[in-house]
Design a protein. Structure first.
Length: 468
């Protein structure tokens, strides 16, 4: 696939998009609040980007006591709900703003808050109104967690190792946490703290800034000290970014994208809590009942397509289903499949689909498979159109033709086709004696009508034959 830009003034944008998405990394900045008695752990994405994840910290209970966000003591026993009916986890873990939703997923608040063992966990996801959580927007901040210094303990007593990322031994068999700390980025790439593959390993750096010292510790899967130093700078940038109160667009966004991010800031905490309340109701559906059979369900599917070359697709977990994975399908107005993203892990609530053409009409649908193997399809699809571009960008795919075993080509064996267009330069086929040319195939078994076959990826058409 090739993307050609006629407007050379946008060559900088082309340079940015030419690089593959980088690995995603976390940083936890540990600092002391102005009162001198409160330690704040600020969790952020310090490299790459993320749209959904699980995170958790283990802390030294001999020095620190977990508190609610306002400094109040954590209730014992830990309740599932607050007095207002919202998840109690929201009282302990504070999202950076309304663009991040904190959730227990299918668990209870008491599963995530263990004050005796010194463990605090949380799930989170970015709302559809932002492309992702990344360092260029508000320093990549996800959430804050607060601790009170125990009697006789001062801020200077807090040292490396007193607050660290959780390991799998800290939460046992907690449902949905078998992979530990995890994030999924905007390209649907999964990074986990338990991965043995360095390309999917999620690194979490812990930076201690309690008394202004440079003391740092490495979390589970953490990098070497040189990378910690880099992330210390990222944490400082996060501080300065939050002071301006505005999301800064990343390099690939045009003016239209800036407007979308700005306009969508009107979602307030009440909207966020309504979403969280919906999540809580979903969480109450436990696996003790027989899983639903295959059928249709409401995924509350929505699409933000106010971009020229991509769209953000969001959904909610359907009520009463224990989802193993999702599949998102994008088709054109003729019913041809543009993209099919399968195997999306069950904790995901949104994806960003890139490399789309501007001013193009699409239909988006979603389906899922439950952990019991049942298939669930969405009750309705959503129509969307990408934004008109201010520059002329042509997305071109390479199409090849292969004669197969029983014939020869006469004409072009290769052509380039625009996004959404049909092939026009198919060669003639002369079949061997005893065979008749049947047609062109994509899968090697079924023929397709090239005059109606829209191209959305690099592909090869193979000639099929019938024996006389």
């Amino acid at each position: 696939m090739k993307k050609l830009f006629v407007t050379f003034a946008l060559c900088a944008l082309l340079c940015v998009s030419a690089f593959a998405a980088e690995a995603t990394k976390h940083t936890v900045k540990i600092s002391c609040a102005p009162d001198g008695k409160t330690v704040v752990a600020e969790v952020a994405v310090s490299k790459g980007n993320a749209i959904v994840g699980h995170f958790g910290l283990k802390y030294n209970t001999s020095k620190l006591t977990l508190t609610e966000s306002d400094g109040s003591s954590v209730a014992k026993p830990v309740p599932d709900k607050r007095a207002d009916g919202k998840s109690y986890l929201l009282s302990v873990v504070s999202p950076v703003d309304a663009t991040v939703v904190i959730t227990t997923e299918t668990n209870k608040s008491s599963d995530f808050i263990n004050t005796d063992g010194g463990v605090i966990l949380f799930g989170w996801y970015a709302t559809k109104d932002v492309d992702s959580v990344n360092p260029s927007s508000k320093g990549g901040k996800i959430a804050e967690i607060r601790f009170k210094l125990n009697d006789g303990v001062s801020a200077s007593d807090i040292e490396s190792g007193d607050i660290v990322p959780v390991s799998t031994s800290d939460y046992g068999d907690l449902a949905g946490w078998s992979n530990g700390i995890i994030v999924i980025n905007s390209d649907s790439t999964v990074f986990t703290s338990a991965s043995s593959d360095e390309n999917s390993l999620l690194v979490t750096d812990v930076v201690y800034d309690i008394t202004g010292s440079s003391d740092k510790s490495e979390g589970e899967g953490a990098s070497e000290n040189s990378e910690n130093s880099e992330n210390s700078e990222n944490s400082e940038n996060a501080e300065s970014s939050s002071s301006n109160g505005a999301a800064e667009p990343n390099g690939e966004e045009d003016e239209g994208q800036k407007e979308v991010i700005s306009d969508n800031k009107e979602e307030d905490n009440e909207d966020k809590e309504d979403k969280e309340d919906k999540e809580d109701k979903e969480d109450e559906k436990k696996d003790s009942k027989e899983p639903p059979k295959s059928g249709k369900a409401d995924f509350s599917l929505s699409v933000n397509s106010a971009f020229p070359d991509k769209m953000r697709i969001s959904w909610t977990k359907p009520d009463g289903y224990n989802i193993e994975k999702y599949c998102v399908t994008i088709k054109d107005k003729s019913g041809n499949t543009v993209r099919e993203i399968d195997g999306i892990v069950g904790v995901t609530r949104s994806i960003t689909v890139k490399q789309l053409a501007p001013s193009f009409d699409f239909t988006v649908s979603i389906s899922a498979v439950t952990k019991s193997g049942a298939s669930v399809s969405g009750e309705k699809s959503v129509s969307a159109s990408t934004k008109k571009s201010d520059y002329n960008a042509l997305i071109i795919y390479d199409v090849s033709y292969y004669a197969g075993e029983h014939g020869e080509l006469y004409g072009f064996d290769f052509e380039q086709v625009l996004f959404g267009s049909v092939p026009t330069k198919a060669p003639q086929i002369t079949a061997d004696d005893g065979y008749t040319f049947k047609g062109w195939s994509v899968d090697g078994e079924n023929t397709v009508d090239l005059s109606k076959f829209s191209v959305y990826e690099d592909m090869t058409f193979t000639a099929l034959y019938e024996k006389d």
